[in-house]
Design a protein. Structure first.
Length: 456
């Protein structure tokens, strides 16, 4: 598929660039936005792209029956929250409409200087309502797939393989590769063996313990991502409803030891925001951790939940050792297969658990918005009116001092005053890419476009 707007990394940071939208303007207060659509764009079935396909995308995203997790990000659009929560029944009251000059207009309910970044997300790619009305959810399967991007989905053998073919109807410069085959391999050792045998051209990750072996090879590419890994607390479950306990646990974590246990493959993080998103080390609890007493534990038991993975197990064991050394408590460890674990996290999270987030667009607002009262991902009982208000106000300002001050205050509320999470390290990914592969899409956002990728 093709995004409404794209993102690219430059020496000055991550910038928004044109895609299906080619030009855009806003009012002085960033509350009204107008976007012009690229001319001559057709879907892979030959149907011309229309502005209505974009309006239909927002209608589907925000419809209550869709249950889209990221719908809350678009509550800045006038009427979006009321429609998404069922308070209004008609999408015509939402501030997304066609203009009279072949474009799309957005009316917001507040100033939002970062709004174009929201249009780079997959959630709002154009949607063919005519095909959905005819085929239903089958339009997302390879047999019925119709797209706009440089490649089209030809085959999807779930849990085994995905095959993309070049889309010769793509409106822009045609992709260099005729096809791309993605192998889904669960065992790292199997994937590495296939790479070494040249049966795979690229790997998107390798086991951390093997980084020293590969880091000096020309095939090795380490990439820092705009993601953060952290411990989260469910504030509704004792003993983690005790702020004193959460502060004590946060003070006990030595991030240098955490990173050491993971082969020094990551950068320690004190903040929710990684490098590239106003990275800061200032949100540090300066007190010294002391052994926990039974009253501090509130007669509860400390446990850490994480998904089954060798690296996560190493991290959990390191934290278990740290809490024993500095606090004198035994931390019980529980691991669970990823799909089951994710289901639990999204519905009824355990008291303390390991999780991480990639920022879906290059702005602090995404990660900060995860903890607002409206967020579908805030399932841990954190509600703070000041935090909600400040996060909403951040969008009023372009990059500058006032915006930075509000971001600092929101982080102070989240990390220092309430200790909702304990940041651990910034995410990173280690790639292995055969030298014959040129212009592989390496970037901090893990956006896999493959438009200019080629084989020499």
């Amino acid at each position: 598929m093709e995004p409404l707007l794209d993102l690219e990394e430059t020496k000055d940071g991550i910038k928004v660039k044109k895609a299906l939208f080619t030009r855009w303007t806003s009012s002085k207060n960033f509350a009204q936005w107008s976007f012009k659509i690229q001319k001559g764009v057709t879907w892979s079935d030959g149907v011309a792209l229309e502005g209505q396909h974009i309006v239909d995308s927002f209608a589907r995203l925000l419809h209550p029956e869709t249950g889209a997790f990221f719908s809350f990000l678009y509550y800045v659009i006038d009427g979006a929250k009321a429609f998404n929560t069922g308070k209004t029944k008609t999408f015509s009251r939402v501030g997304v409409s066609l203009d009279g000059d072949g474009g799309v207009r957005f009316q917001l309910n507040q100033p939002c200087a970062y709004f174009p970044k929201l249009l780079a997300l997959m959630s709002v790619m154009p949607f063919r309502k005519d095909l959905f009305d005819k085929h239903g959810e089958k339009i997302f399967a390879a047999e019925k797939f119709v797209g706009l991007g440089p490649y089209i989905l030809k085959k999807w053998d779930h849990d085994r393989e995905i095959l993309l073919l070049r889309n010769d109807k793509y409106f822009g410069e045609k992709a260099k590769l005729e096809q791309i085959r993605f192998k889904i391999i669960n065992e790292d050792s199997t994937a590495l063996r296939l790479f070494e045998a040249r049966q795979i051209d690229a790997l998107t990750s390798i086991p951390l313990q093997l980084v020293p072996k590969y880091k000096n090879r020309k095939e090795f590419y380490p990439i820092n991502e705009i993601s953060i890994e952290y411990l989260a607390f469910n504030l509704k479950k004792p003993p983690y409803d005790n702020l004193k306990l959460r502060k004590t646990l946060a003070m006990a974590v030595d991030r240098r030891q955490v990173v050491k246990s993971l082969s020094h493959a990551f950068r320690p993080a004190q903040s929710l925001l990684p490098e590239g998103l106003m990275f800061s080390e200032k949100f540090r609890l300066n007190e010294t951790a002391s052994p926990l007493t039974q009253p501090a534990l509130n007669e509860g038991e400390l446990s850490l939940h994480f998904y089954t993975d060798e690296n996560q197990s190493l991290l959990a064991q390191n934290l278990q050792w740290q809490f024993k050394e500095s606090l004198g408590v035994d931390l019980k460890l529980f691991s669970e297969e990823w799909k089951s674990y994710l289901g639990k996290i999204n519905n009824d999270p355990p008291g303390m658990y390991r999780i991480g987030w990639m920022s879906l667009f290059p702005d602090p607002l995404f990660l900060l918005s995860l903890f607002t009262s409206d967020s579908a991902f805030n399932v841990v009982g954190f509600k703070n009116q000041e935090y909600d208000r400040i996060v909403a106000e951040i969008g009023n300002y372009p990059v500058g001092r006032e915006r930075s001050q509000k971001i600092d205050r929101s982080l102070e509320i989240l990390l220092s005053e309430n200790v909702v999470i304990i940041p651990l390290y910034q995410g990173a990914r280690n790639y292995l890419i055969h030298p014959k592969i040129k212009d592989f899409p390496l970037n901090s956002m893990a956006r896999m476009r493959f438009l200019g990728t080629r084989v020499e």
